[in-house]
Design a binder for this molecule. Structure first.
Ligand code: NAD
Ligand code: GLY
Length: 368
């Protein structure tokens, strides 16, 4: 199976996303052109280090690229200002320069925090993404959003900083726990729900294969997702004209739930997105924008794959509490929040006039 190379074409920056089998073992040859001094610095987490770090180190050694390594604890709690300071301090101690390769080797947590460190180190340093989770391969490693969380909310401190290269090795998904695969799958399904009913249909037919670790299905699902994201990001790299905001389908609801549950492993980001997308469809139905049938199709597919759809099994938080979390959202403007709603499957749109009292009542289970 040959590698798929998808270019991300932005006005002032272009880079490739390579998707394939056993890319990690060949990573040296792809990274070498990005290390003029043959120096790299790998940031990873404990789980990824245990499973896959030796392969990456061997690949870099083969092409004489020196690699220093920082291993952080696994999980969302790492995406904080203390760990950011640690990364920056180690990079400075290692005298990493702007054109050396900082390698983010892990899931979205490692990608987001390392990308942010690269964005602010020496006012911007090159970095390479090697995403190791399904979620990171289909979403977080592409498009240049980098961030850390604050106790007040998710991703509140961050920057747009595009990678120089993304290497997505489908083989790495083989060690991912089923729960993490399902969480990543939510972000794949999102692309069908946003603007591609044909891809949603493909997901309904092939989603179970992705979760059963079928490499062909995973490779196709990752490639279609990256292509969909690339098309959206190219139109709106810094989320200013409303196009990129479409990628946040389910995220306003989802982030509120993640905040309520303390960014813990009680609710993974992708699980929050799964519930959030269902809430966006249900709310759209309640407002009369979307047919019950389309919401039913989404619920049936999520349920068939054991994806979460209902936040009531996780928390008793009421609508006002969840809306209070939403008001810390980055997308907040003049005291209100734009919401991603749906006119149907493949027809997501940004609604800037949603009444937050209506959202509160909806989350409380009240029907008008
Ligand atoms: P994660 O990075 O915490 O990884 C999930 C778990 O899987 C961790 O325990 C990790 O150690 C483990 N893991 C990683 N690769 C593995 C492998 N190959 N085999 C076995 N275990 C492995 O979480 P995630 O779901 O990848 O990313 C979630 C984060 O991404 C959130 O912080 C979210 O906000 C962020 N995100 C960012 C963007 C963006 O555009 N920047 C988009 C979506 C999500
Ligand atoms: N994950 C949303 C974005 O990249 O814009």
């Amino acid at each position: 199976m040959s590698d798929i190379i998808l270019p991300i074409d932005l006005q002032n920056h272009r880079y490739d996303v390579m998707i394939g089998i056993d890319i990690l073992a060949r990573a040296g040859e792809f990274i070498k052109p990005f290390t003029p001094r043959n120096r790299s610095f790998i940031v990873t987490d404990e789980t990824v280090a245990r499973l896959h770090l030796s392969t990456l180190k061997e690949a870099l050694a083969k092409v004489d690229v020196q690699a220093e390594v920082l291993i952080l604890p696994s999980g969302e709690a790492t995406k904080n200002i203390t760990q950011l300071e640690k990364i920056l301090s180690k990079l400075i101690d290692a005298k990493i320069e702007r054109t050396d390769a900082i390698i983010a080797f892990g899931g979205g947590v490692i990608g987001d925090i390392t990308g942010f460190a690269a964005a602010i180190l020496r006012r911007g340093t090159h970095f390479i993404q090697i995403p190791t989770t399904l979620l990171a391969q289909v979403d977080s490693s592409v498009g240049g959003k980098t961030a850390i969380n604050m106790t007040q909310g998710k991703n509140l401190i961050g920057a747009f900083h595009q990678p120089a290269l993304v290497l997505a090795d489908i083989t790495l998904l083989g060690t991912l726990p089923p729960r993490e695969l399902r969480a990543g799958y939510a972000e794949i399904l999102k692309y069908g729900l946003i603007n591609d009913p044909g891809f949603f249909k493909w997901c309904v037919e092939n989603g179970a294969d992705i979760l059963a670790s079928d490499k062909n299905a995973q490779r196709y699902g990752v490639a279609q997702s990256v292509a969909a994201k690339a098309a959206i990001v190219a139109q709106d790299p810094t989320e200013t004209n409303g196009t990129r905001a479409l990628l946040n389908l389910g995220h306003t609801f989802g982030h509120a739930l993640e905040a309520e549950l303390g960014y813990s492993d009680r609710l993974l980001h992708g699980e929050a997105v799964s519930i959030g997308m269902m809430l966006a469809f249900d709310f759209s139905v309640q407002c009369g924008f979307c047919s019950v049938n389309d919401a039913h199709k989404l619920r049936a597919h999520l349920t068939e794959l054991s994806m979460p759809t209902d936040f009531r099994t996780l928390t008793n938080a009421d609508g006002a509490t969840l809306v209070a979390h939403m008001m810390q959202d980055k997308k907040r403007q003049s005291g209100t929040l734009p919401f991603l709603l749906a006119r149907g499957i493949g027809q997501t749109y940004l609604d800037k006039n949603v009444d937050l009292e209506k959202i509160t009542a909806f989350l409380n289970g009240e029907h008008p």
